[in-house]
Design a protein around this ligand. Structure first.
Ligand code: HEC
Length: 216
């Protein structure tokens, strides 16, 4: 850019700048309008975290793999192995054949990858929220299971594969440990850090107690 061009550029820039709109309030206004939505609630336990759709397959792998020692293998190991295999492809696939029908191994590997990723993506997209107890129970205990899932019990307690279970006793076999009446008493009293769930009302408390005492 020579001197004349540079001056021309600076003149044009000045002109354009005069026609433009200042950052405040225009851009600020637009940004704040975009940000309008329900107010964030840091105490909400009903928020369902979801990755973007193209990560659903990894998300699903993480969801079905429960043992912690398998998690690094699934999230770092398998994708890394796949990437390395892809990078090394020109070195180990030295065959001169290019027609797809003459490359059964490559084609079936590709088809399998697509099918598996599509299946995992579908499963991940339809996965239930973390506020449900992942457990098959007879119909009469479904109501209590639902209340337990929605009442943030899983923030402290573990039930089978659901919940954290670091803060409070594991409830997976609570029915064989304490009688139904004791479960009800715990729910109403709220021992130690556990809040009282009296406000759920007698009907829901009974449903929860039925469900928990079924967990033998
Ligand atoms: C803030 C954490 C927290 C939440 C939320 C919570 N609990 Fe608890 N819960 C505890 C702790 C801690 C104990 C053990 C208290 C103790 O033994 O001193 C406990 C004890 C219990 C017990 C008695 C367990 C036993 O082995 O005697 C039951 C039953 C129970 N909780 C059910 C529930 C249900 C059902 C919900 C949801 C409606 C719930 N809890 C929500 C923390 C929590």
């Amino acid at each position: 850019m020579n001197r004349a061009e540079k001056e021309q550029y600076l003149r044009d820039y000045e002109l354009l700048k005069k026609q433009g709109k200042p950052f405040f309030p225009y851009a600020v206004m637009k940004d704040s309008t975009m940000a309008l939505g329900p107010q964030a609630d840091p105490t909400s336990t009903t928020y369902t975290p979801r990755p973007d759709w193209y990560f659903f397959f990894l998300f699903e792998v993480l969801r079905v793999l429960k043992p912690p020692y398998l998690v690094p293998l699934a999230t770092i190991g398998i994708p890394t192995i796949a990437m390395v295999l892809l990078f090394l492809l020109p070195f180990y696939d030295r065959g001169p054949e290019r027609r797809p029908e003459r490359r059964p191994i490559a084609m079936s590997a590709m088809a399998m990858t697509i099918v598996v990723m599509a299946f995992l993506t579908y499963k991940g997209a339809n996965a239930g929220p973390p506020t449900t107890v992942d457990l098959q129970v007879p119909k009469q205990y479904e109501a209590g299971k639902l209340v337990v899932g929605q009442s943030a019990c899983l923030a402290c307690h573990k039930i089978a594969d659901s919940g954290n279970g670091t803060l409070a006793p594991d409830l997976t076999h609570i029915g064989s440990r304490i009688p139904r009446a004791a479960i009800l008493r715990s729910l109403v009293a709220g021992p130690s850090i556990m809040p009282s769930f009296k406000s759920l009302g007698q009907k829901k408390l009974n449903e929860v107690a039925n469900f928990l005492s079924y967990l033998k």
